[in-house]
Ligand binder design. Structure first.
Ligand SMILES: [Zn+2]
Length: 298
């Protein structure tokens, strides 16, 4: 299962694994039933035929030892005398040695054994592994569905709307952003600085807001870019009900002007990579934005 971080690959893989082991429902369509003995043991992580090779304690990668443990278990008979499922989450964490070890197992093709791998970027896996897997792409969610899912989790409506616009189709990322107080602080800073630009008079206050933000620079640029892209997107969709807390004057920004600002953000990033100081860089960006906004803000 391939797809961006947070789109639900792990949930999907676990559900599929549980369905493969479920003996409760009569037809495949209603699996997993969630109630039979196999389902219950799968959910409590005590099913003897469900294996989850993962990094061993204190390790960041999935090393060959973890794979050997799994292969050792597979070499014995299935404990329940039926299907066995191996779920490797974040398969890109496997070292090349571990991947080669897995490859041999895949080639041997043990009967009734299913391997489910999840991975953010498929190029992180060896081509030999990829060619032996059936690739299922998990697509990003539509903003509306994410918003509904967030509302169901009790997140306030305006926050749910903003999160669904910025999470790039990933419910996992939306939930992570919701938990992250520093993200909301950074958004506030972006609003008080870059997005408050109105001609030269606004520059000192903006510079003040950005003064101590050097270490936070990348994040501020990311958020600003997200905001501008969301505006451009709303423009093409003719979406007039952006109910979040975006400064309202920006709603009338012409797309050409927004694109010039995006270019300026890109330049600012290049400067940052070339070690141009944050003060000079943020001032330059502010200057461009205030010149742009002057042309359409009253
Ligand atoms: Zn079941």
């Amino acid at each position: 299962m391939i797809g961006e971080s947070g789109v639900g690959k792990r949930t999907f893989a676990r559900l599929l694994a549980q369905a493969l082991l479920c003996k409760g429902a009569k037809d495949e369509e209603h699996k997993p039933c969630g109630e039979c003995r196999d389902c219950r043991r799968f959910l409590s992580r005590t099913h003897p035929d469900a294996l989850f090779p993962a990094p061993l304690a204190k390790e960041k990668t999935i090393k060959i030892d973890a794979l050997r443990q799994m292969i050792d278990t597979l070499s014995r008979h299935s404990l329940e005398g039926g299907r066995r499922v191996v779920v490797i989450e974040n398969a890109e964490k496997m070292t090349p040695q571990a991947q080669n070890c897995l490859l041999k197992t895949l080639e041997d093709g043990a009967a009734e054994t299913y391997f489910l791998l999840t991975c953010d970027v498929e190029s992180a896996l060896l081509p030999t592994i990829r060619s032996r897997c059936r690739c299922v792409r998990v697509q990003p969610w539509e903003a509306g569905r994410i918003e509904q899912a967030l509302l169901k989790r009790g997140i306030p409506a305006d926050r749910a709307k903003a999160l669904s616009a910025y999470c790039e189709g990933s419910l996992g990322r939306a939930l992570q952003m919701q938990e992250d107080a520093s993200y909301w602080q950074a958004r506030e800073t972006v609003k008080r600085s870059f997005l408050s630009a109105r001609g030269t008079a606004s520059l000192p206050a903006a510079a003040q807001a950005l003064k101590d933000q050097k270490d936070n620079g990348d994040r501020l640029l990311d958020i600003l870019e997200q905001e501008i892209r969301a505006l451009l997107h709303a423009e093409t969709l003719n979406d007039s009900d952006r109910a979040d807390d975006f400064p309202s004057a920006w709603q009338s920004a012409p797309p050409a002007s927004l694109r010039r600002i995006l270019e300026a953000i890109l330049t600012a990033r290049q400067w940052k990579n070339a070690n141009v100081g944050w003060a000079a860089l943020s001032e330059g960006l502010m200057q461009t934005i205030s010149e742009e906004t002057k042309t359409w803000q009253v």
